[in-house]
Write a protein that binds this ligand. Structure first.
Ligand SMILES: Nc1nc2c(ncn2[C@@H]2O[C@H](COP(=O)(O)OP(=O)(O)OP(=O)(O)O)[C@@H](O)[C@H]2O)c(=O)[nH]1
Ligand SMILES: [Mg+2]
Length: 238
């Protein structure tokens, strides 16, 4: 049966538990106020994860709406323009290859870390080792970004949701990891649906957009605190 998903995780005639669980960022702003009149916005998205989890399948689904089954082991960066809220968004998508050396499977290069605005960390729900790779990669990204005093926007994706009978990673495990690391979380099937994959990319773009607004926006976080102080006055400490 085909699944359709919504941000709230409910579907009609769904055989298995809700398809999408999202961990929302802590602060959200109206998209209209965030990038002024800027017409075209770019976002560099890096797909990471262990071998065979479906990184290329997710990428190709997003680019072409199709699932073609076999993708080979090619590493590529694709450019794809999509409309979100009536605005052209240019996604640069780096479909990475996992290092062949097992011990280095969670490795992320400095070049990748510098390039990416946001990360899609993919595991297969049928492969617990691939979930552990994602766990390592979340830590690696968070540590690297902490050193640079910057933030990273991450969505964790449990793929191959159509293979329920082979599941070894529960939805709960995925959700808990995302909650503990402040990431978004989706379970999807690149093989079965386009819509779930689309939501992953769009949600990541929202996170990137919000992070940019917090960093660069005229109000910014400090500005908001200042404005609140102006409205409510400073707290007296005597
Ligand atoms: N059943 C099922 N199979 C999938 C799904 N997504 C990908 N696959 C299959 O899993 C295999 C690996 O998919 P890829 O997209 O090549 O995985 P990858 O992560 O890009 O692999 P590497 O590039 O080699 O690291 C292929 O045979 C796909 O057809 C899915 O959602 N469901
Ligand atoms: Mg691939």
């Amino acid at each position: 049966m085909l699944n359709t998903c919504t941000p709230w995780g409910s579907t009609s005639r769904l055989y298995y538990p809700p398809m999408v669980v999202q961990v929302k960022p802590r602060v959200r702003y109206s998209s209209k106020t965030m990038e002024g009149n800027q017409r075209k916005v770019e976002a560099n998205v890096l797909l990471l994860g262990a071998e065979n989890v479906g990184k290329s399948a997710l990428t190709v689904r997003f680019l072409t709406r199709r699932f073609i089954g076999e993708y080979g082991d090619i590493e590529s960066i694709y450019s794809h323009t999509d409309k979100i809220d009536g605005r052209d968004i240019c996604f640069n998508i780096w479909d990475s290859l996992c290092p062949q050396n097992g011990e280095e499977s969670g490795y992320i290069s400095d070049r990748q870390l510098q390039w990416a605005d946001g990360y899609i960390l993919v595991y297969s729900i049928c492969d617990h080792a691939s979930f552990n790779v994602v766990r390592q990669q979340v830590q690696c990204i968070r540590q690297a970004k902490q050193k640079l005093a910057s933030t990273a926007q991450i969505i964790i994706v449990g793929n191959k949701r159509d293979l329920q009978h082979r599941r070894t990673v529960s939805s709960e495990e995925g959700r808990l990891l995302a909650l503990s690391a402040d990431c978004g979380f989706f379970e999807v099937s690149a093989a079965e649906t386009y819509h779930g994959v689309l939501m992953v990319f769009h949600e990541l773009f929202e996170l990137i957009r919000e992070a940019r607004a917090l960093k660069k926006g005229p109000a910014g976080f400090k500005g908001i605190v200042r404005s609140m102080s102006a409205v409510f006055g400073r707290k007296r400490t005597e």
